[in-house]
Design a protein around this ligand. Structure first.
Ligand SMILES: Nc1ncnc2c1ncn2[C@@H]1O[C@H](COP(=O)(O)OP(=O)(O)OP(=O)(O)O)[C@@H](O)[C@H]1O
Length: 352
């Protein structure tokens, strides 16, 4: 059973990977959104197929749950080659990587998730493998150690990272194509939900899909997870029929609000507004006020609040923006952070 926080976590939880596997698009044309990445990638793959050569190495950067693993599987499928999956933390020693590289077949796609977490010796071995399709196996220790070069089959590396900035430049430079994965729009998430609902045999009207998409934090993984909770609610409380009101009632029950904020997000904003007048207030004080560790507030709640323009991190502490006051149903003080933006928006809205 997942905890309430898991509901809006972008990371895969527990046995979620099994249901995710069933919902993954298999071909590039089925992959929703990321139009630019899709078009760029399609060109890279088509030209590789024409030349009958493995394509350049591909780096995908973007937050969890945006479809990096899915896209790596699609690359292998489109090229009709096998796929080998590993992750940076699993490559602790150079030998771990050598064991994989030396058994790759011609043209195989090697997917390394969280590539920024690979150990240094493995990383250095990868440089040579990416460039020359060769690895140097070091035999012996100390001054008597010798490097025996070992040819490996030409392959395509697909690296995924949530922290592109943490990749050393020599590694980043060896990728011929870098795909930046953005958060999805509500309209794109509606398409993801429509597709998933058909695979799950749930009838999902457009306005219900819109309701769920708006609360999914721009992330397909979260959209699919919320859909499953709405389906459960509909089965138990409404004879399996999903409507906009059922979707809204289900997600309110799980405390995921209209903008996708959950209980912790709202607790942080609530404390900031009601106890500290909107800030600035230090992180540790704010954390005590909501009964959480500072790290939980900083890593789990804040990134999304900052992204939504509801909270700002300033040198003097955390500050709620005018939009946060409005979101929590309160009137922002005239000097609230970003209040002028709301006035501008108000003017714009007035002209529509
Ligand atoms: N563009 C998309 N169209 C349809 N479904 C998608 C799309 N992107 C992701 N999904 C769905 O979201 C789920 C998560 O995607 P995926 O595992 O590829 O994300 P990820 O970026 O690799 O995440 P992580 O970094 O945590 O490994 C999958 O079940 C997949 O079905």
């Amino acid at each position: 059973m997942s905890s309430e926080r898991d509901l809006v976590s972008p990371d895969a939880e527990g046995d979620e990977q099994f249901i995710e596997a069933a919902l993954r698009p298999k071909r590039l044309e089925e992959f929703i959104g990321q139009a630019r990445v899709r078009e760029q990638l399609s060109l890279v793959l088509q030209s590789a197929l024409r030349r009958n050569r493995p394509p350049d190495h591909v780096l995908m950067s973007g937050g969890p749950g945006l479809g990096k693993t899915t896209l790596s599987m699609i690359i292998a499928t489109e090229l009709s080659v096998p796929l080998r999956i590993t992750s940076g933390p699993a490559l602790e020693r150079a030998g771990d990587l050598a064991a994989i590289l030396s058994t790759l077949s011609e043209g195989e796609v090697l997917f390394i998730d969280e590539i920024h977490r690979m150990a240094r010796p493995a990383e250095e071995m990868l440089y040579l493998a990416m460039e020359d399709f060769r690895v140097d196996i070091v035999v012996g220790k100390g001054p008597g150690a010798t490097a025996i070069p070992l040819e490996i089959a030409p392959f395509t590396l697909v690296g995924a990272t949530t922290r592109a900035g943490m990749l050393p430049a020599p590694l980043r430079d060896r990728f011929g194509f870098v795909a930046h994965m953005d958060f999805y729009s509500v309209a794109e998430l509606e398409q993801v939900l429509d597709r998933s609902s058909r695979l799950l045999a749930v009838r999902l009207p457009g306005d219900a899909a819109h309701e769920i998409a708006g609360r999914s934090r721009g992330t397909p993984r979260i959209a699919n997870r919320l859909l499953r909770r709405v389906r459960d609610f509909a089965e138990v409380r409404a004879d399996g029929v999903v409507t906009k009101d059922i979707a809204s009632a289900a997600l309110n029950l799980y405390e995921v609000d209209a903008e996708g904020l959950d209980r912790l997000d709202r607790a942080v904003l609530g404390a900031l507004l009601r106890k500290f007048g909107g800030g600035p207030v230090g992180l540790s004080t704010l954390a005590v006020a909501v009964g959480e560790e500072p790290e939980t507030v900083e890593v789990v709640a804040e990134p999304f609040l900052v992204r939504q323009g509801l909270l700002a991190r300033t040198p003097r502490g955390r500050v709620a923006t005018a939009a946060a006051w409005v979101h929590m149903g309160l009137t922002p003080p005239p000097d609230a952070f970003g209040a002028s933006l709301l006035v501008d928006l108000g003017d714009d809205l007035g002209q529509i």
